[in-house]
Design a protein around this ligand. Structure first.
Ligand SMILES: [Zn+2]
Length: 404
Protein backbone atom coordinates (compact mmCIF):
# COMPACT_ATOMS: atom_id res chain seq x y z
CA UNK A 1 0.00 0.00 0.00
CA UNK A 2 2.88 2.36 0.77
CA UNK A 3 3.96 2.33 -2.84
CA UNK A 4 0.47 2.89 -4.17
CA UNK A 5 -0.12 6.06 -6.17
CA UNK A 6 -3.25 8.11 -6.65
CA UNK A 7 -3.89 6.33 -9.95
CA UNK A 8 -4.71 3.15 -8.06
CA UNK A 9 -7.77 4.99 -6.76
CA UNK A 10 -9.03 5.47 -10.31
CA UNK A 11 -10.90 2.74 -12.15
CA UNK A 12 -9.04 2.44 -15.43
CA UNK A 13 -11.99 1.32 -17.57
CA UNK A 14 -14.51 3.95 -16.51
CA UNK A 15 -12.06 6.74 -15.59
CA UNK A 16 -14.05 7.28 -12.38
CA UNK A 17 -12.89 7.35 -8.76
CA UNK A 18 -13.10 3.95 -7.10
CA UNK A 19 -15.56 5.00 -4.42
CA UNK A 20 -15.33 1.76 -2.46
CA UNK A 21 -11.55 1.85 -2.22
CA UNK A 22 -11.49 5.54 -1.31
CA UNK A 23 -14.13 5.10 1.37
CA UNK A 24 -12.10 2.20 2.75
CA UNK A 25 -8.81 4.07 3.00
CA UNK A 26 -9.69 7.63 3.90
CA UNK A 27 -11.72 9.37 6.54
CA UNK A 28 -15.18 10.35 5.41
CA UNK A 29 -14.16 13.98 5.10
CA UNK A 30 -11.09 13.18 3.00
CA UNK A 31 -13.04 10.72 0.86
CA UNK A 32 -15.64 13.36 0.07
CA UNK A 33 -12.92 15.82 -0.99
CA UNK A 34 -11.19 13.26 -3.18
CA UNK A 35 -14.36 12.20 -4.96
CA UNK A 36 -15.05 15.83 -5.75
CA UNK A 37 -11.87 16.17 -7.83
CA UNK A 38 -12.91 16.07 -11.50
CA UNK A 39 -11.19 13.41 -13.60
CA UNK A 40 -10.28 13.54 -17.25
CA UNK A 41 -11.48 10.83 -19.62
CA UNK A 42 -7.95 10.77 -20.96
CA UNK A 43 -4.97 9.40 -19.15
CA UNK A 44 -3.61 12.83 -18.26
CA UNK A 45 -0.14 13.52 -16.94
CA UNK A 46 0.19 14.75 -13.36
CA UNK A 47 0.94 18.43 -12.97
CA UNK A 48 1.55 20.60 -9.96
CA UNK A 49 -0.99 23.38 -9.59
CA UNK A 50 -1.17 26.54 -7.47
CA UNK A 51 -4.51 26.38 -5.66
CA UNK A 52 -4.81 30.08 -4.82
CA UNK A 53 -5.61 31.40 -8.28
CA UNK A 54 -8.47 30.64 -10.60
CA UNK A 55 -6.35 29.34 -13.47
CA UNK A 56 -3.89 27.35 -11.34
CA UNK A 57 -0.95 29.48 -12.52
CA UNK A 58 1.22 31.09 -9.89
CA UNK A 59 1.17 34.86 -10.18
CA UNK A 60 2.79 37.45 -7.95
CA UNK A 61 -0.66 38.81 -7.28
CA UNK A 62 -2.16 35.57 -6.03
CA UNK A 63 1.00 34.75 -4.08
CA UNK A 64 0.92 38.14 -2.52
CA UNK A 65 -2.78 37.88 -1.71
CA UNK A 66 -2.18 34.50 -0.10
CA UNK A 67 0.61 35.92 2.09
CA UNK A 68 -1.45 38.97 2.88
CA UNK A 69 -4.42 36.91 3.95
CA UNK A 70 -2.19 34.83 6.18
CA UNK A 71 -0.70 37.96 7.70
CA UNK A 72 -4.14 39.48 8.23
CA UNK A 73 -5.20 36.28 9.95
CA UNK A 74 -2.09 36.40 12.14
CA UNK A 75 -2.54 39.90 13.47
CA UNK A 76 -6.12 40.68 12.59
CA UNK A 77 -5.19 44.04 11.12
CA UNK A 78 -7.63 46.40 9.56
CA UNK A 79 -5.82 47.95 6.60
CA UNK A 80 -8.32 50.64 5.77
CA UNK A 81 -8.68 52.10 9.21
CA UNK A 82 -5.00 52.30 10.05
CA UNK A 83 -4.46 55.57 8.16
CA UNK A 84 -7.72 57.09 6.89
CA UNK A 85 -6.21 60.38 5.72
CA UNK A 86 -3.61 58.79 3.49
CA UNK A 87 -6.17 56.28 2.27
CA UNK A 88 -8.54 59.07 1.26
CA UNK A 89 -5.72 60.99 -0.44
CA UNK A 90 -4.89 57.97 -2.57
CA UNK A 91 -8.45 57.02 -3.40
CA UNK A 92 -9.45 60.48 -4.61
CA UNK A 93 -6.62 60.53 -7.17
CA UNK A 94 -7.76 60.53 -10.82
CA UNK A 95 -5.88 57.37 -11.75
CA UNK A 96 -6.93 53.76 -12.45
CA UNK A 97 -7.73 51.67 -9.39
CA UNK A 98 -4.79 49.34 -9.98
CA UNK A 99 -2.52 52.38 -9.58
CA UNK A 100 -4.20 53.45 -6.33
CA UNK A 101 -3.92 49.91 -5.09
CA UNK A 102 -0.18 49.84 -5.80
CA UNK A 103 0.39 53.17 -4.00
CA UNK A 104 -1.46 51.91 -0.97
CA UNK A 105 0.48 48.67 -0.86
CA UNK A 106 3.77 50.54 -1.28
CA UNK A 107 2.83 52.79 1.66
CA UNK A 108 2.07 49.78 3.80
CA UNK A 109 5.28 48.03 2.78
CA UNK A 110 3.05 45.28 1.46
CA UNK A 111 4.68 44.86 -1.94
CA UNK A 112 6.57 41.66 -2.69
CA UNK A 113 9.86 43.54 -2.82
CA UNK A 114 12.99 41.44 -2.48
CA UNK A 115 13.44 42.59 1.10
CA UNK A 116 9.95 41.42 1.95
CA UNK A 117 10.49 38.12 0.18
CA UNK A 118 13.64 37.57 2.22
CA UNK A 119 11.72 38.32 5.39
CA UNK A 120 9.23 35.67 4.38
CA UNK A 121 12.13 33.31 3.62
CA UNK A 122 11.02 32.93 0.01
CA UNK A 123 14.37 34.13 -1.38
CA UNK A 124 17.79 34.81 0.20
CA UNK A 125 19.02 37.89 -1.60
CA UNK A 126 17.41 41.23 -0.63
CA UNK A 127 19.48 43.37 -3.02
CA UNK A 128 17.82 45.48 -5.71
CA UNK A 129 18.11 43.83 -9.13
CA UNK A 130 18.72 47.16 -10.84
CA UNK A 131 21.66 48.54 -8.85
CA UNK A 132 22.72 45.57 -6.67
CA UNK A 133 23.67 48.07 -3.99
CA UNK A 134 20.77 48.47 -1.60
CA UNK A 135 18.00 46.36 -0.17
CA UNK A 136 14.96 46.46 -2.38
CA UNK A 137 12.31 48.23 -0.31
CA UNK A 138 9.32 50.09 -1.82
CA UNK A 139 11.00 53.49 -1.54
CA UNK A 140 14.17 52.11 -3.11
CA UNK A 141 12.45 50.18 -5.89
CA UNK A 142 10.16 53.05 -6.86
CA UNK A 143 12.10 56.21 -6.08
CA UNK A 144 15.60 56.05 -4.58
CA UNK A 145 17.35 53.48 -6.78
CA UNK A 146 20.13 55.29 -8.67
CA UNK A 147 19.16 53.47 -11.86
CA UNK A 148 15.84 55.33 -11.78
CA UNK A 149 17.56 58.66 -12.35
CA UNK A 150 16.54 58.48 -16.03
CA UNK A 151 12.91 58.23 -15.01
CA UNK A 152 12.86 61.19 -12.64
CA UNK A 153 15.23 63.56 -14.47
CA UNK A 154 13.10 66.09 -16.27
CA UNK A 155 10.26 65.61 -13.87
CA UNK A 156 9.33 68.47 -11.57
CA UNK A 157 10.19 66.06 -8.78
CA UNK A 158 13.81 65.54 -9.77
CA UNK A 159 15.12 68.21 -7.41
CA UNK A 160 13.06 66.79 -4.58
CA UNK A 161 14.50 63.39 -5.31
CA UNK A 162 18.03 64.77 -5.21
CA UNK A 163 17.66 66.88 -2.07
CA UNK A 164 15.16 65.27 0.22
CA UNK A 165 15.54 62.03 2.04
CA UNK A 166 12.38 60.16 2.79
CA UNK A 167 12.23 57.47 5.37
CA UNK A 168 9.84 55.30 3.40
CA UNK A 169 7.34 55.43 0.57
CA UNK A 170 4.53 56.47 2.85
CA UNK A 171 6.43 59.56 3.96
CA UNK A 172 7.15 60.50 0.35
CA UNK A 173 3.56 60.11 -0.81
CA UNK A 174 2.12 61.87 2.24
CA UNK A 175 4.44 64.78 1.57
CA UNK A 176 3.43 64.95 -2.10
CA UNK A 177 -0.26 64.77 -1.27
CA UNK A 178 0.16 67.80 1.01
CA UNK A 179 1.93 69.82 -1.69
CA UNK A 180 0.29 71.35 -4.71
CA UNK A 181 2.11 69.06 -7.10
CA UNK A 182 0.29 66.88 -9.54
CA UNK A 183 0.35 63.49 -7.91
CA UNK A 184 -1.43 61.72 -10.77
CA UNK A 185 1.51 61.60 -13.18
CA UNK A 186 3.75 60.66 -10.27
CA UNK A 187 1.35 57.80 -9.45
CA UNK A 188 1.30 56.59 -13.06
CA UNK A 189 5.10 56.72 -13.12
CA UNK A 190 5.33 54.66 -9.93
CA UNK A 191 3.01 52.08 -11.41
CA UNK A 192 5.04 51.88 -14.61
CA UNK A 193 8.30 51.50 -12.68
CA UNK A 194 6.88 48.63 -10.64
CA UNK A 195 5.30 46.98 -13.69
CA UNK A 196 8.55 47.29 -15.63
CA UNK A 197 10.43 45.79 -12.69
CA UNK A 198 8.07 42.80 -12.65
CA UNK A 199 8.19 42.32 -16.40
CA UNK A 200 11.98 42.31 -16.35
CA UNK A 201 12.00 39.82 -13.47
CA UNK A 202 9.68 37.54 -15.44
CA UNK A 203 11.69 38.01 -18.65
CA UNK A 204 8.71 39.60 -20.38
CA UNK A 205 8.82 42.39 -22.93
CA UNK A 206 9.14 45.66 -21.05
CA UNK A 207 9.49 49.36 -21.78
CA UNK A 208 12.89 50.89 -21.09
CA UNK A 209 13.24 53.17 -18.07
CA UNK A 210 13.87 56.09 -20.45
CA UNK A 211 10.46 55.58 -22.02
CA UNK A 212 8.57 55.64 -18.74
CA UNK A 213 8.13 59.45 -18.30
CA UNK A 214 6.44 59.78 -21.69
CA UNK A 215 4.31 56.66 -21.23
CA UNK A 216 3.20 57.94 -17.83
CA UNK A 217 2.04 61.23 -19.35
CA UNK A 218 0.31 59.46 -22.23
CA UNK A 219 -1.43 56.99 -19.94
CA UNK A 220 -2.62 59.74 -17.68
CA UNK A 221 -3.94 61.77 -20.64
CA UNK A 222 -5.63 58.67 -22.02
CA UNK A 223 -7.20 57.87 -18.66
CA UNK A 224 -8.51 61.41 -18.07
CA UNK A 225 -9.90 61.57 -21.59
CA UNK A 226 -12.03 58.49 -21.21
CA UNK A 227 -13.41 59.21 -17.77
CA UNK A 228 -17.13 58.96 -18.43
CA UNK A 229 -19.27 61.99 -17.81
CA UNK A 230 -22.49 61.01 -16.06
CA UNK A 231 -24.50 61.38 -19.28
CA UNK A 232 -22.64 58.85 -21.42
CA UNK A 233 -22.46 55.99 -18.96
CA UNK A 234 -25.35 54.32 -20.72
CA UNK A 235 -24.15 51.16 -22.41
CA UNK A 236 -26.28 48.94 -24.58
CA UNK A 237 -25.65 45.31 -23.78
CA UNK A 238 -26.68 42.48 -26.02
CA UNK A 239 -28.75 40.34 -23.71
CA UNK A 240 -30.47 37.98 -26.14
CA UNK A 241 -29.34 34.74 -27.65
CA UNK A 242 -28.00 35.28 -31.16
CA UNK A 243 -28.00 32.62 -33.89
CA UNK A 244 -24.68 31.55 -35.45
CA UNK A 245 -23.51 32.56 -38.97
CA UNK A 246 -25.36 30.72 -41.75
CA UNK A 247 -23.25 27.59 -42.21
CA UNK A 248 -22.38 27.26 -38.52
CA UNK A 249 -24.11 25.58 -35.59
CA UNK A 250 -24.19 27.19 -32.20
CA UNK A 251 -23.55 24.94 -29.21
CA UNK A 252 -24.63 26.47 -25.92
CA UNK A 253 -23.51 24.78 -22.71
CA UNK A 254 -24.05 25.41 -19.03
CA UNK A 255 -23.66 23.76 -15.64
CA UNK A 256 -25.72 23.79 -12.46
CA UNK A 257 -24.80 22.65 -8.96
CA UNK A 258 -27.39 21.02 -6.71
CA UNK A 259 -25.49 21.35 -3.43
CA UNK A 260 -28.21 20.00 -1.15
CA UNK A 261 -28.40 16.80 -3.19
CA UNK A 262 -24.61 16.64 -3.66
CA UNK A 263 -25.09 16.50 -7.42
CA UNK A 264 -24.51 18.66 -10.47
CA UNK A 265 -26.10 18.95 -13.87
CA UNK A 266 -24.92 19.94 -17.31
CA UNK A 267 -26.96 21.06 -20.28
CA UNK A 268 -26.16 21.43 -23.98
CA UNK A 269 -28.29 22.70 -26.83
CA UNK A 270 -27.25 22.85 -30.48
CA UNK A 271 -29.10 25.21 -32.82
CA UNK A 272 -28.67 26.28 -36.43
CA UNK A 273 -28.63 29.77 -37.90
CA UNK A 274 -32.43 29.82 -38.01
CA UNK A 275 -32.56 29.13 -34.29
CA UNK A 276 -33.93 25.61 -34.79
CA UNK A 277 -32.84 22.95 -32.37
CA UNK A 278 -30.65 20.21 -33.86
CA UNK A 279 -30.25 18.34 -30.60
CA UNK A 280 -30.07 18.90 -26.88
CA UNK A 281 -28.88 16.88 -23.93
CA UNK A 282 -28.86 16.97 -20.19
CA UNK A 283 -26.66 14.99 -17.84
CA UNK A 284 -26.71 14.47 -14.12
CA UNK A 285 -23.33 14.18 -12.32
CA UNK A 286 -23.04 12.42 -9.00
CA UNK A 287 -21.02 15.10 -7.16
CA UNK A 288 -21.56 18.74 -6.26
CA UNK A 289 -18.58 20.19 -8.13
CA UNK A 290 -17.33 23.75 -8.06
CA UNK A 291 -19.23 25.89 -10.53
CA UNK A 292 -16.25 26.35 -12.86
CA UNK A 293 -15.66 22.59 -12.78
CA UNK A 294 -19.25 21.87 -13.81
CA UNK A 295 -18.95 24.48 -16.55
CA UNK A 296 -15.82 22.72 -17.82
CA UNK A 297 -17.62 19.35 -17.70
CA UNK A 298 -20.41 20.91 -19.72
CA UNK A 299 -18.00 22.37 -22.30
CA UNK A 300 -16.29 19.01 -22.75
CA UNK A 301 -19.63 17.23 -23.08
CA UNK A 302 -20.90 19.87 -25.52
CA UNK A 303 -18.00 19.29 -27.88
CA UNK A 304 -18.05 15.49 -27.72
CA UNK A 305 -21.83 15.52 -28.18
CA UNK A 306 -21.64 17.83 -31.21
CA UNK A 307 -18.76 15.83 -32.68
CA UNK A 308 -20.78 12.60 -32.35
CA UNK A 309 -23.55 14.28 -34.33
CA UNK A 310 -21.09 15.00 -37.12
CA UNK A 311 -21.13 18.77 -36.75
CA UNK A 312 -18.07 20.33 -38.32
CA UNK A 313 -18.49 24.12 -38.07
CA UNK A 314 -19.61 25.49 -34.77
CA UNK A 315 -19.58 28.27 -32.24
CA UNK A 316 -19.23 26.98 -28.70
CA UNK A 317 -20.92 29.43 -26.40
CA UNK A 318 -21.09 29.62 -22.61
CA UNK A 319 -21.43 32.15 -19.83
CA UNK A 320 -18.33 31.09 -17.86
CA UNK A 321 -15.53 33.46 -18.78
CA UNK A 322 -13.00 31.28 -16.94
CA UNK A 323 -13.84 28.24 -19.02
CA UNK A 324 -14.12 30.04 -22.38
CA UNK A 325 -10.74 31.66 -21.69
CA UNK A 326 -9.16 28.33 -20.79
CA UNK A 327 -10.58 26.76 -23.97
CA UNK A 328 -9.31 29.53 -26.23
CA UNK A 329 -5.87 29.56 -24.64
CA UNK A 330 -2.95 27.71 -26.18
CA UNK A 331 -1.55 27.09 -22.74
CA UNK A 332 -2.49 24.13 -20.68
CA UNK A 333 -4.90 25.03 -17.89
CA UNK A 334 -3.44 24.15 -14.49
CA UNK A 335 -6.71 24.61 -12.63
CA UNK A 336 -8.63 21.77 -11.01
CA UNK A 337 -10.81 21.63 -14.13
CA UNK A 338 -7.75 21.59 -16.42
CA UNK A 339 -8.15 17.87 -17.29
CA UNK A 340 -11.71 18.61 -18.45
CA UNK A 341 -10.43 21.41 -20.65
CA UNK A 342 -7.96 18.88 -22.09
CA UNK A 343 -10.94 16.62 -22.83
CA UNK A 344 -12.73 19.46 -24.59
CA UNK A 345 -9.65 20.35 -26.61
CA UNK A 346 -9.29 16.70 -27.54
CA UNK A 347 -12.83 16.74 -28.97
CA UNK A 348 -12.28 20.06 -30.69
CA UNK A 349 -10.00 18.47 -33.32
CA UNK A 350 -13.12 16.88 -34.82
CA UNK A 351 -14.29 20.26 -36.08
CA UNK A 352 -13.23 22.01 -39.28
CA UNK A 353 -13.97 25.32 -37.66
CA UNK A 354 -14.66 26.00 -34.04
CA UNK A 355 -15.10 29.41 -32.47
CA UNK A 356 -15.57 30.25 -28.82
CA UNK A 357 -18.02 32.81 -27.55
CA UNK A 358 -18.60 34.17 -24.07
CA UNK A 359 -22.00 35.71 -23.37
CA UNK A 360 -23.97 36.95 -20.41
CA UNK A 361 -26.13 34.44 -18.59
CA UNK A 362 -29.34 35.86 -20.09
CA UNK A 363 -28.13 34.77 -23.54
CA UNK A 364 -27.48 31.25 -22.35
CA UNK A 365 -30.81 30.53 -20.75
CA UNK A 366 -31.69 27.46 -22.83
CA UNK A 367 -28.51 25.61 -21.82
CA UNK A 368 -28.96 26.81 -18.27
CA UNK A 369 -32.49 25.35 -18.17
CA UNK A 370 -31.22 22.04 -19.54
CA UNK A 371 -28.52 21.90 -16.86
CA UNK A 372 -31.11 22.45 -14.14
CA UNK A 373 -33.38 19.92 -15.81
CA UNK A 374 -30.77 17.26 -14.99
CA UNK A 375 -31.96 17.28 -11.39
CA UNK A 376 -35.00 15.30 -12.59
CA UNK A 377 -33.17 12.10 -13.52
CA UNK A 378 -30.04 10.15 -12.55
CA UNK A 379 -28.13 9.87 -15.84
CA UNK A 380 -27.97 11.21 -19.37
CA UNK A 381 -30.77 12.14 -21.77
CA UNK A 382 -30.78 13.28 -25.38
CA UNK A 383 -33.52 14.99 -27.38
CA UNK A 384 -33.05 14.99 -31.16
CA UNK A 385 -34.33 18.08 -32.99
CA UNK A 386 -35.96 19.10 -29.76
CA UNK A 387 -35.63 20.00 -26.11
CA UNK A 388 -37.68 18.48 -23.28
CA UNK A 389 -41.29 19.66 -23.79
CA UNK A 390 -41.15 21.46 -20.44
CA UNK A 391 -38.45 23.74 -21.88
CA UNK A 392 -39.85 24.50 -25.34
CA UNK A 393 -40.99 27.95 -24.16
CA UNK A 394 -37.34 28.87 -23.52
CA UNK A 395 -36.41 28.06 -27.12
CA UNK A 396 -39.45 30.00 -28.32
CA UNK A 397 -38.36 33.02 -26.28
CA UNK A 398 -34.87 32.87 -27.81
CA UNK A 399 -36.43 32.65 -31.31
CA UNK A 400 -38.65 35.63 -30.60
CA UNK A 401 -35.63 37.54 -29.32
CA UNK A 402 -33.77 37.74 -32.60
CA UNK A 403 -36.53 37.55 -35.19
CA UNK A 404 -37.83 41.06 -34.72
ZN1 LIG B 1 18.52 49.77 -6.80
Amino acid sequence: MEEATVSSLIEESSRQWNDELIDGIFSQEEATLIKKIPLSRLDAEDVLIWPHSQDGQYSCKSGYRFLKEEEAMDNGLDVVNSDPKLWKGIWTLQVPNKVKNLLWRACRNALPTKENLVRRTIINDPLCDRCHEAHETPIHALWDCKELVTVWTGSELSQLRRDANFLDFKELLSWLLQQQVQVEVFAMTIWLIWTQRNQVRLHLAAASLQQIPQIAKDKYAEFSACQPTTSDRHVILRTRWQPPPSDFMKINFDGAVFSSENRSGIGVVIRDSAGLVIASCSQSLSQAYRSDEVEAFAAAKALSFAAELGISKAVLEGDSLTVIKALSSDQRSLSSFGPLIDDAKFSSVNFDQLRYSHVKRECNFAAHSLAKFASNFPDFQVWMEDVPPQLSHVIQADLAGFSY
